[in-house]
Design a protein around this ligand. Structure first.
Ligand SMILES: *Cc1c(COP(=O)(O)O)cnc(C)c1O
Length: 392
């Protein structure tokens, strides 16, 4: 039965059969016209999924962390000041990266489970001097969704470049790069984009690219120290493929790109608005079920994400719950945020997730709680989720 476990973690996620099938097709030359067409089409689809027709898409072998680093190195160089909106684990990682580059980092930290205070961000920006602001759209360690539209507008008003880590949001939460004037959106293949792990996906505004170009011209010898992390090295390659001609900088992950292209095609066929609405409906029903089981959700309801939910263990129950739920057929993730690492678990609910997956998950959590000696009214969480699904 090991193959039948339902993967409900914040990436990698359950994949659609057609996406998996694309992995098992012939590995072509990266210069083969058929592959050129696949990567070219995938890049165009990135524009559609991120609602970023005016931006430059990138698909680069690597994980979400690589995407973060590519974005950081595009906007920030040694000596620059950066403002990190700190909502949890991955914001902290971004701050570390910026510090490694040699940036002076200021943090505006949100209390655990809450959104950042816009007035505090505004005050920090008004202090002036920032080159860039970084925002984690959905913080994977708390399940909090940050107000990207408002934060990006503040950044723009202060002439500061905005970088949005959309690894846990892009493809499931409302994210409109062009309309919200976000300079860089970065994500990865294995979360809400519904493909296997292994690809960093980004879209950069004209402003971000111009910034990188101007910096290279103004300060020869102070280019991005890493060739791989220099967006200007990848830029002509991405432009060539999108124009359906081959080019080489570093070998694309051919089969992964094939799978990503299929998955992005599915996202677009569903429609971004419909996709956002489906994730909201399922996430709301999940929270209704968890609340009925008297499990405390880490994120405030108003800012609770549609892709991941962090939940505190009830009294008397510990991390052993995860193994018990796995024995019941559903794979959950342990806590990640340092403050709640051992006292919370996480449920990922993005991608092709259906109401049935949600009910199976809640059922397995109920049985796991019963096995681990938790107080549980078997079926109550599932029933509450059913009612929420039936009215929405
Ligand atoms: C998963 C995640 C990352 C890191 O992605 P990897 O593919 O694990 O390197 C970065 N930011 C956020 C918000 C994430 O959820």
């Amino acid at each position: 039965m090991t193959g039948r476990h339902l993967l409900m973690i914040p990436g990698p996620i359950e994949l659609e059969p057609d996406v998996l099938a694309a992995l098992a097709t012939k590995t072509r030359s990266h210069l083969d016209p058929e592959f050129v067409d696949v990567l070219g089409r995938a890049l165009g689809r990135v524009r559609e999924v991120l609602l970023a027709p005016s931006c430059q898409p990138f698909v680069v072998p690597g994980s979400g962390t690589l995407a973060m680093e590519l974005a950081a190195n595009t906007v920030i160089e040694r000596g620059d000041a950066a403002l990190v909106i700190d909502t949890g684990f991955f914001s902290a990682r971004m701050a570390t990266m910026l510090e490694r580059i040699g940036a002076r980092v200021t943090r505006v930290s949100a209390p655990l489970g809450r959104a950042p205070d816009l007035a505090e961000v505004e005050r920090a920006l008004a202090g002036g001097g920032f080159r860039a602001i970084t925002i984690t759209h959905v913080d994977t360690s708390t399940g909090v969704r940050a107000p990207v539209r408002e934060l990006a507008a503040l950044a723009r008003a202060h002439d500061v470049l905005s970088v949005v880590d959309g690894v846990c949001s892009a493809g499931a939460e409302e994210l409109r790069q062009d309309a919200w004037d976000v300079d860089i959106v970065l994500t990865a293949s294995q979360k809400a984009l519904g493909a296997p792990p292994g690809l960093a996906v980004l879209a950069m505004s004209k402003r971000a690219i111009e910034h990188a170009r101007a910096r290279r011209t103004a300060r020869p010898g102070r280019e991005v120290p890493s060739l791989y992390l220099d967006a200007l090295e990848w830029l002509p390659i991405m432009q060539a493929y999108e124009a359906r001609s081959p080019a080489y900088f570093a070998t694309p992950a051919v089969n992964l790109v094939q799978a990503l292209d299929v998955s992005l095609g599915q996202l677009i066929a569903e429609g971004m608005d419909a996709r956002v609405a489906r994730h909201q409906r399922i996430a709301r029903a999940l929270r209704a079920g968890l609340a009925t089981l008297e499990l405390e959700i880490v994120a405030d309801e108003a800012v609770a994400s549609s892709t991941i939910t962090a939940v505190r263990y009830p009294s008397g129950v510990d991390v052993g719950l995860i193994a018990a739920v796995r024995d019941e057929g559903v794979v959950l993730a342990a806590g990640l945020h340092p403050a709640i690492k051992t006292t919370s678990f996480r449920i990922g609910h993005m991608g092709a997730i259906s109401p049935s997956d949600l009910l199976a998950t809640l059922g397995a959590i109920e049985r796991g709680l019963a096995r681990r000696g938790g107080r549980v009214d078997l079926g109550a969480g599932v029933a509450a989720a059913q009612r929420a699904l039936a009215i929405a």
